[in-house]
Design a protein around this ligand. Structure first.
Ligand SMILES: C[S@@+](CC[C@H](N)C(=O)[O-])C[C@H]1O[C@@H](n2cnc3c(N)ncnc32)[C@H](O)[C@@H]1O
Length: 246
């Protein structure tokens, strides 16, 4: 059966080949993970494998990427080049079999695709099952604090609409990746409150739960101009979540 993203894998790749992705998401992930040399990393919802490539290029010992979309995994395989420390497997993160031990679990732009609280809970449980005490979980995900009526973030490539009435825990969001007036890809995802994430993380055994804003790479000023990302960072739709297994 087809998974979401099977039908628009190439469009997603195109949408994420952007300054915003490099300057804000990749940079924030890079800062959050710190020194990854020699680490074993599990990348949940790895998509086209961008995060895994970034991590092995910075010295990670091995990265296992899992994704439910065959088409996204094909892209990941294609872009892996000769990086032999990358492995890709097709699984639902919420039904992940035992893949062995890891030092770090990352999940970039995937947690907000969990359709139910139970699915989200199971993703956190499966992440915890792959970490030792003290193991780190780092995610970039939709920020429930994003204000849909606040400053537009369309110039940075995103338009987000609430579907079916006022926003509430678990309500559906319609997200467009845009390039000027052109919609490159449209996806559905879900609004989960920070408290929901925190409760489920705690139940799965995580502590030291921290939300931190994304930041823009200092190099971006030279390319895009000083303060170019200030408009985004004033009302970001994404945030960073970190937790440590007890
Ligand atoms: C927005 S893409 C992000 C891809 C990549 N992590 C990145 O940073 O660009 C979301 C990916 O998560 C995958 N995904 C969503 N929910 C999933 C789940 N429960 N199990 C496995 N993969 C999932 C989708 O198939 C898609 O490839």
């Amino acid at each position: 059966m087809k998974a979401p993203y099977d039908d628009y894998a190439n469009e997603y790749l195109q949408a994420t080949d952007s300054d915003f992705r490099r300057d804000v998401i990749d940079y924030s992930v890079h800062e959050a993970v710190g020194d990854v040399r020699g680490l074993a990393v599990l990348d949940l919802g790895c998509g086209d494998g961008r995060v895994g490539r970034l991590l092995v290029d910075r010295g990670a010992g091995r990265v296992v990427g899992v994704d439910q979309s065959e088409e996204m995994l094909l892209l990941a395989e294609t872009h892996a080049g000769d990086r032999d420390r990358l492995t890709y497997l097709r699984h639902h993160a919420h039904e992940l079999p035992d893949l062995g031990g890891f030092d770090l679990v990352v999940a970039v732009n995937m947690l907000h695709y969990a359709r139910t609280e139970d699915e989200l809970a199971r993703i956190y449980q499966r992440a915890a099952a792959h970490l030792p005490p003290g193991g780190r979980f780092i995610a970039v995900l939709n920020d429930a604090h994003y204000d849909p009526d606040g400053p537009s973030i369309a110039r940075y490539g995103f338009v987000i609409h609430q579907l079916g009435g006022p926003r509430h825990n678990g309500s559906e969001l319609h997200q467009q990746f845009v390039d000027g007036d052109r919609v490159v890809v449209e996806v559905r995802n879900y609004h989960w409150l920070r408290e929901t994430h925190e409760n489920l993380l705690q139940k799965a055994g995580f502590a030291h739960i921290e939300w931190t804003p994304l930041t823009a790479s200092p190099d971006s000023a030279a390319r895009c101009g000083d303060g170019y990302y200030d408009g985004y960072l004033a009302n970001p739709h994404l945030t960073m979540l970190r937790a440590t297994l007890r």
